[in-house]
Write a protein that binds this ligand. Sequence first.
Ligand code: ATR
Length: 319
Amino acid sequence: MTKIYGILAHPARHSLSPAIFNAAFLAEGINARYEVFDVESLEKFLKMLARGRKISRLENSSPGYICGLSVSLPYKESILKYLDEMSEDVRAIGACNTVKITDIQNSDGSAKKIASGFNTDWIGFIEALKEKIASVKELNVVVLGAGGAARAIVYGLIKEGAKVVVLNRTVEKAAKIAKDFENIRADGGTTEGNRADENNRATERDRAIESDRADIQFGALEELENFKCDVLVQATSVWLDEKEVDFVSEEYLQKNKPLVFDIVYKPLITPLLQSALNSGCKIITGDKMLLNQAVKQFEIWFDKKAPKEVMSKAMNTDH
Ligand code: ATR
């Protein structure tokens, strides 16, 4: 039977994911189809899934079972309570963008489905960054925004050993990221986890872990001028309102010459990126993050290497 995958979002009509994944399935000879689940009630949709009903019960679908979901706005956080298990990064970030549904056998021989949650947003971001620079270790990275996307990005940056500054319109949200991630360590894992493992052993190593806290500061968007920056990441959703990002001046760009990464991919060259180009900065467009997170998603679902070239091509031609 055809395996069904899809994007769970609202609204979802502009998603590039169906083009990307259907091209990948075709190229790999996988009997699967990727659909759009633009649902207004997450609860109703998931209840249907939990009962293991055929997806054909959904409108516009032919028979098949849902085996995986890409989760997007506004469900990345609310999906968490419906997962049977989740990866460490989902727990730390508090958001899940990838669900894999697997059949397992109970001890009595009966079968059941379990839903596992992953987060490939931060991996997609870091992979895209690494296509441009070898490492961000010890580099000054300023992230604009403190929403779901920013949280995943900051998590990835800290794992990579960057010195991060989070600036947001609502400063409290930036402060929360700094607080939530202060114990994430560059080499993966959290100091809390390590402490639990070592079971109260007050050793030299504990003290070393203590000093190995994440290098993370926060502030308001207007404070940008006060921070040095090698990499500037635009992770707000200002573009959804079709407003321009006007909190980065050309003077700032010219002075710091950061590598500028805007996670928005429509348009590809955003006003900020145009301004960065005018200022002689290198840039990374948002489609690179989208592609790399989809590649990782494919690999989680199918346990094999994704046809990245095919996926990239589908993304650039099918919209
Ligand atoms: P996403 O998952 O895309 O990050 P989100 O969680 O809704 O979406 O977060 C949106 C981000 O864009 C937030 O950082 C938000 O700032 P606030 O926390 O102050 O709301 C930011 N944002 C949205 N519109 C903005 C605007 N007009 N100016 C500045 N920041 C804006």
